[in-house]
Design a protein around this ligand. Sequence first.
Ligand code: PLP
Length: 462
Amino acid sequence: MMTPGAAVETVSVDTLRAREYPLLDAEGHVYLDYTAANLPPLSVMARHADLLRGHLLGNPHSTNPASSLTTTLVERARGAVLRFFNASPEDWVVIFTANATQALKLVGESYPFGPGGEYLLTFDNHNSVNGIREFARARQSPATYIPVVLPDMRVDNAELVRHLDRAKPDGANLFAYPAQSNFSGVQHPLDWIEIAHARGWDVLLDAASFTPTNRLDLDRWQPDFVVQSFYKIFGYPTGVGCLLARRAALSKLRRPWFAGGTISVASVQGDKYYLAEGEAAFEEGTPNYLALPAVEMGLEYIASVGLEAIHRHVNSLTSRLLQGLAALQHPGGVPLARIYGPRSTDRRGGTVTFNFYGPHGRPIDHRDVEQRANAANISLRTGCFCNPGGGEIALGITGTELSSCFHQPEHETHLTIDDFRLCIDGKSTGAVRVSVGLASNPADVDAFLTFAEGFLADRSTP
Ligand SMILES: Cc1ncc(COP(=O)(O)O)c(C=O)c1O
């Protein structure tokens, strides 16, 4: 077990892999896609299966015994989430959702955007955060992007403050950013939260990529809204996420409709409805009630391994990966990999994104890298990872190129990825992403580096 306070030893990770993730070594699988999903630990699945085998659980929202037990377990899961984030129930509400995306949609559709308000966000954001701009614009609030700057893909602080200074005091102003980028691994500063608050912004923090390997203490940091998918932290169950909202911020949201589970009273003839209090007003329909008890088990699992130990472990593997990649050069000295993001472990997580280049400096298509990785039983990911702003900056694709592409008549309503490739002729349309996590070991990193070395020896590389 990785004990907090102790340096992570290979043997302890080996024990964890053998006990919780035996398929990794049994299948010789090099899994390097932790930013997309953590792997399901056997002990959490077993505990969950035992619970379901041993208890009769019915749909919550009733007083019958099968329903009451479910309600108790769901409320226990809610309490466990609050404790994990060190969020006091007096100040914070946990709204269970299907995933981070649904949590973001709840904020987007309910935030009181209007004329005089604004949606401000970093280029570096997941599409599920980008998509909120459509809710903003539909209600006459502009959406404004703050760029990130190569090579580290961080935001220029002065530029951020310039944007934040523009908030109109009477408007509803929402600022959204990821605590950690799913594109570059950059950790954007949490002290932006107070800087934004002081200038009249509500803050939506996307914690999806950050929390699996970092403590997010909501007593110390007080954004207004935080979104999370639980499979990113502990792999199982899928289909459950949450919106954590400060009570004061929640009261600003205006629900656009009502649904089963969200009301205290709704009437057909009276043509009226009354929303329930707190989280209930946002939990639409029947929650994933059989899966929710496993959230508490997953959080207990993370506590047993130790989040600080996971952080140090991932940090050390990231360093190994970054150093190993930087050392790979073609005979003439041309580096194999161009990394998009920080080259050291300073303020970054275990997500490393890059493209490979041939000895003459020409890019090696990320799709070829993926195919060769697949053949070597290495799970990595290529493309833009639902983070187009990160991709456009990293790959040098300009706004002018994009608008001339999107405004061609034949692209009015339809654009395939191949059409897009033709539009930005010659440039890469994607990158390769390798990410390490709690079950990764040095051998995984080394296996990837050996795989990467193959591109140096390969005479067919451009
Ligand atoms: C940073 C970030 N935000 C949001 C999401 C969306 O998560 P989900 O697809 O689970 O809703 C992801 C998923 O990859 C992510 O990496």
